[in-house]
Design a protein around this ligand. Sequence first.
Ligand SMILES: Cc1cc2nc3c(=O)[nH]c(=O)nc-3n(C[C@H](O)[C@H](O)[C@H](O)COP(=O)(O)OP(=O)(O)OC[C@H]3O[C@@H](n4cnc5c(N)ncnc54)[C@H](O)[C@@H]3O)c2cc1C
Length: 296
Amino acid sequence: MMCCSHLAALGLLAQHEPLAPHTTLGIGGCATWWFRPEHEHALLQAMPMITKDMYIFPIGRGSNVLIADSGIDGLVLDLSDLNTLEVSGNTLFAGAGVRMGKIAQLAANSGLSGLEFMATVPGDLGGGVAMNAGAFGQQVSDVLQSVTVLYRDGQVQNLSRRDLDMRYRYTALPQGALILSATFELSHADAASVKQTMRSMRLKRSETQPLSLPNCGSVFKNPEGDFAARLIESVGLKGKQIGNASISDKHANFIVNQGDASCEDVLRLIRLATSEVKKATGIALELEVKLVGCSL
Ligand SMILES: Cc1cc2nc3c(=O)[nH]c(=O)nc-3n(C[C@H](O)[C@H](O)[C@H](O)COP(=O)(O)OP(=O)(O)OC[C@H]3O[C@@H](n4cnc5c(N)ncnc54)[C@H](O)[C@@H]3O)c2cc1C
């Protein structure tokens, strides 16, 4: 049993919380428990109150997850109030809950380069590190110095980038580790030109991605030397609709929610794209989006 009254004193606690509104795709059933600690210290105090066998799922902006219609049997941990953000010299420190767009803006205002791409990625710092987010030739691992993580037993540890074996959209986080914060080492640059770079990245995004409909970003990783979108388009699936979900007719590596789509609608599109691309090209597409409580 969780000590609910004690947890509720440390942040926002809800039972049977609908998860769809916590994701950019707008899909997902309820979480048994949902907890948003009011700051880092509250989370440290809360950890021992959560029963050891309770599954904990950390969520950021929910911008790269597909959550089952049956929801999550466990505790969804929302770290958006871990929102410290500071710059000192060329070092930037951010808490897990800071939006990446805000981080990019502070870096730009401080005349620091290396995180411009974050202006175009809708997630939070924790999700960005966990996914090794990147775009336009930059990625988190290029400039990450260290992360602080919390384990189920309450232990806090500082890990350097080398400990995390970061690769394209992959971070080897230790089992059960929750990212609390991260530190980046950036390069000094002219603030106006950093801002200009961010503006052109944003413009490119709005021209090429279906940003007016709920989506979860890239569904598949790009295979070495190719693009998932090109492969899906080449098998004629651009615009394909199943139920209320469709493969975007603007960018074939995006699946959009046309309104009330179910997780199963999206899974069926994923299965179809995977099998058609494999049949036509021999290439096995690998998921970038994280499946939570569901499987292919
Ligand atoms: C319109 C759009 C454009 C996008 N463009 C890009 C892009 O250009 N490049 C790119 O890389 N991605 C892109 N994405 C995908 C997504 O924004 C990134 O993967 C982002 O890093 C996810 O952050 P999040 O906070 O939303 O994480 P979530 O989706 O909430 O979670 C993703 C994973 O990270 C884990 N996680 C989250 N927080 C923590 C934490 N504190 N500790 C441990 N694990 C944690 C979750 O458990 C989950 O497994 C895009 C998405 C959308 C909707």
